[in-house]
Design a protein around this ligand. Structure first.
Ligand code: ATR
Length: 276
């Protein structure tokens, strides 16, 4: 019998940690699996996914720039995927077709509240960015009990679209990027822009960082470096990258596929040590 096949689709995808994470989870249960990276351009994505599942693929992770396309491909969508309009996990349905899930928001919350033991209730939150990554986490921040969610995006129209989709004007609203120096300080600042991934440093005022502030970058490694350095210089109490989020979102995918919950702590520790 063929070993169960899993994959992560992205473009580029060469440096993905997902194969390593899923193999480490599988070892915890003695599960045999093959997990590979599949590099597909946007034009190739739908065909590559179709081939993968037609060949018996049992589950796929999806990352940039395919999360919205993955959502569009699916016949069934989880509530989290539907509100984000994007998916990071695909599973085959019995009888054909795919189910789309989005575990980004839950993964980020577990990283913040469980791994780092920070309770977000009552926090004033600033979300930088309004693209796919921001859509993936915005609702979860509200679910976690933040008092307000201020969405600021370089192009204000996208921030408005996200705030309108949330539809909770008493808590979630937008401000202009140009006004960042004048909008006070926040307890939680989430960088959901792709600036770091693109090698660009955001020029952010230190005044955004409140006394108990937690600054969180959804990316990790070099891409998160500039934002975290800014946060530390500004005196943030906590400055975290998204490595823990990545491991948590992978654990959700693993549980969907294998019905077992892996222990994320040793896998996170090993990746963190390697990164250092
Ligand atoms: P992702 O899936 O990573 O969110 P995306 O949907 O393309 O990718 O969104 C990228 C986000 O990063 C957007 O909010 C984008 O702002 P615009 O909507 O104005 O393009 C933001 N972004 C990218 N580069 C940026 C920069 N140099 N400064 C500020 N925001 C930036």
């Amino acid at each position: 019998m063929q070993t169960a096949q899993f994959a992560v689709f992205g473009h580029p995808i060469g440096h993905s940690l997902s194969p390593q994470i899923h193999r480490a989870f599988a070892q915890q249960f003695g599960i045999a699996l093959e997990y590979r990276t599949i590099d597909a351009t946007p034009a190739e994505f739908a065909g590559a996914v179709e081939r993968f599942f037609a060949d018996g693929g049992r589950g796929a992770n999806v990352t940039l720039p395919h999360k919205a396309a993955a959502f569009a491909l699916a016949e069934q969508r989880s509530a989290a995927a539907t509100r984000a309009g994007s998916a990071n996990v695909l599973t085959p349905l019995t009888g054909g077709g795919l189910a789309a899930h989005n575990t980004d928001g839950d993964g980020m919350l577990r990283d913040i509240t469980e791994r780092h033991s920070v309770d977000l209730r009552g926090h004033t939150a600033l979300l930088l960015g309004a693209g796919g990554a921001a859509h993936g986490v915005a609702w979860s921040l509200l679910d976690a009990g933040v008092e307000t969610l201020t969405i600021v995006n370089r192009s204000p129209e996208s921030a408005d679209v996200l705030a309108d989709a949330i539809g909770d004007p008493a808590r979630a609203h937008t401000r202009y990027w140009e006004d960042l120096a004048d909008i006070g300080s926040y307890d939680l600042i989430v960088n959901a822009t792709s600036a770091g991934v693109l090698g660009v440093s955001l020029q952010l005022p230190f005044s955004l960082v409140g006394a108990r502030a937690l600054c969180y970058d959804l990316s990790y490694g070099a891409a998160a470096g500039s934002f975290l350095a800014w946060a530390k210089t500004a005196g943030a109490r906590y400055a975290f990258d998204g490595l823990g989020m990545l491991v948590e979102t992978a654990a959700d995918a693993f549980e969907l596929w294998h019905g077992q919950r892996p222990d994320t702590a040793p896998v996170y520790r090993a990746l963190r040590q390697r990164a250092a």
